[in-house]
Design a protein around this ligand. Structure first.
Ligand code: CP
Length: 303
């Protein structure tokens, strides 16, 4: 098992072995973040620039903390606080940051494919922190780590992913990752929120909640991405909550639930389940830190 890439752009291009290498490395970093003194010198002298052109709480802060725990210098840039707001292109921004000797560019953008383009144009390691509806690889890695931690193994696990699949980079990255590690994946969503031919990825599809959901060991609830949706995809939020909202009576008594956050509580998931004993939501957030430390380490720190 090894991981020798310059960039982390998506889960689709990773082998199962590369995913496992990242998850194994994250175990050591989880041990570090549970210490009283969390700082290690691994990335001393390295610079990480978080270029976030869309809002984020979890991903941006955990990349910042991950970099700081590894002793890197970390700079955060948002669209509003940079020359992007004056019309500078993403490439010019990335070239400027590269000229300042950034070792890493962590990029969140509404444009699918932009991190791949930048990775070809700059020497810095590019990490995709979410590109449009395409991929969110570190979210999938932290989810896989959380699943492995809880269930010990992912092979043959029955996972139901429910909600707004069409607009979800989290769903796409998780589907690739879960299938590569041998899980059985069922997608549940209204037809208007499912991409055409998604079955070709190797998943089952259901248009409404039925017995398939009760068979799931793990129910992964997606955020309804109202900011990305064109009008007319749903009759209304109340209707969506009634037909697809997850509560404990809809899932098996043994099933666990996950959600990438941020949550629309009371719409896709009810409050009691989201923060109750069957929820892995806070584990996901903590594990995000360990996984992002592992990604930073394996891309540049190891060298
Ligand atoms: N899950 C996720 O990407 O959350 P943020 O948008 O808060 O980073």
């Amino acid at each position: 098992m090894s991981f020798t890439r310059k960039d982390l752009l998506g889960i689709e291009e990773l082998s199962a072995g590369e995913i496992q290498s990242l998850l194994v490395a994250a175990v050591s970093f989880k041990e570090i973040i549970e210490r009283n003194v969390k700082k290690v010198p691994t990335l001393r002298g390295k610079t990480i620039i978080n270029l976030f052109l869309e809002p984020s709480t979890r991903t941006r802060i955990s990349f910042e903390l991950a970099g700081k725990y590894l002793s890197a210098d970390v700079i955060n840039i948002s669209a509003g606080g940079s020359s992007v707001s004056k019309g500078e292109s993403l490439l010019d921004t990335a070239k400027t940051l590269e000229a300042m000797k950034a070792d890493y560019l962590v990029v969140r953008t509404p444009f699918a494919g932009a991190p791949l383009y930048l990775a070809k144009m700059v020497k810095s390691a590019v990490i995709n922190a979410g590109d449009g509806a395409h991929e969110h690889p570190t979210q999938a890695l932290l989810d896989l780590f959380t699943i492995q931690e809880k269930f010990q193994q992912i092979r043959s696990l029955k996972v139901a992913i429910i909600g707004d699949i069409s607009h979800s980079r989290v769903a796409r990255s998780n589907i690739w990752g879960l299938l590569k590690l041998g899980a059985e994946v069922t997608l549940i969503a209204p037809p208007t929120l499912l991409p055409i031919d998604i079955e070709k990825m190797g998943v089952k599809v259901r248009f409404k909640i039925d017995d398939e959901l009760k068979k799931a060991d793990l129910v992964y609830v997606l955020r309804l991405q109202r900011e990305r949706q064109r009008g007319g995809l749903l009759p209304g939020l109340r209707e969506y909550a009634r037909l697809y909202g997850i509560n404990s009576s809809r899932i098996s008594k043994k099933a666990m639930v996950m959600h990438p956050g941020p949550l629309n509580q009371g719409i896709e998931i009810d409050d009691e389940l989201a923060y109750g004993p069957r929820s892995l939501v806070t584990d996901q957030v903590t594990n995000g830190l360990a996984v992002r430390m592992a990604v930073l380490y394996l891309l540049v720190g190891k060298k």
